[in-house]
Structure formats: structure tokens, C-alpha cells
Write a new protein. Structure first.
Length: 115
């Protein structure tokens, strides 16, 4: 029984199968190593939940900071408005005092009264 020239011999088939087995074994070993490095779903979910909780806390802190800053800005505006009102009141009082003094002096001079 002779084999046709284009068919591989039994030894070639065995070597090919051995190379295939070695290649498959090495690829499965690489895959096993890669899978060993992967994070489990439970750990991933726990990490993700913790990260979302951290984000919520940061949002709350940011909101508190913004509210505090807005309150400080409002207090500053109110303080400046009160200062302006106080200065305006002082200037009006000084102006009226000057007017009263001038009017009183004019009346004293006009009526010839002695102070």
C-alpha cells in the first residue's frame, strides 16, 4: 500500500499534532495567566459602588462649599450695603448740620442778635 505523494506521512501528522498540542497548551497557559490577573466581578462591583459613594460625598461637599460661599458673598454684599447706608447717613447729617449752622449764622447776622 503506497501513499500518494501529496498526503503527509504518519510521522508528519504526529509532529503536526504535537506542535498543535504544544501551541494550544502554551496559549491556554497564557490565557490562564491573563484570567488570573483579572478582577472578579464581586470585587469590581464593590469597587464601583465605593467609587460612586465617594462621588456622592464629593458632590455633597461641593454643594456645601458652594452654599457657604454664596452665604459669605451675600453677607459681604449686605455688609457693604450697610456701610454705604451708614456713610450716606453720616454725610447727610453733616450736610444738614452745616446748613443749620449757616442758616443760624445768617439769622443772627440778619437780626443783629449777639450770640
Amino acid at each position: 500500500m503506497t501513499m500518494p505523494a501529496d498526503e503527509p506521512t504518519l510521522g508528519e501528522v504526529a509532529r503536526t499534532l504535537a506542535r498543535f498540542a504544544d501551541d494550544t497548551r502554551s496559549r491556554f497557559a497564557e490565557l490562564n495567566t491573563a484570567i488570573g490577573l483579572m478582577v472578579t466581578r464581586d470585587l469590581y462591583e464593590a469597587h464601583r459602588a465605593a467609587m460612586q459613594e465617594d462621588i456622592r460625598e464629593l458632590h455633597a461637599q461641593l454643594k456645601a462649599e458652594r452654599d457657604a460661599r454664596a452665604a459669605d458673598e451675600k453677607a459681604d454684599r449686605d455688609s457693604r450695603a450697610a456701610d454705604r447706608r451708614m456713610i450716606q447717613g453720616a454725610l447727610i447729617a453733616a450736610g444738614l448740620s452745616l446748613v443749620v449752622t449757616v442758616v443760624a449764622a445768617a439769622l443772627v447776622l440778619a437780626l443783629g442778635l449777639k450770640p
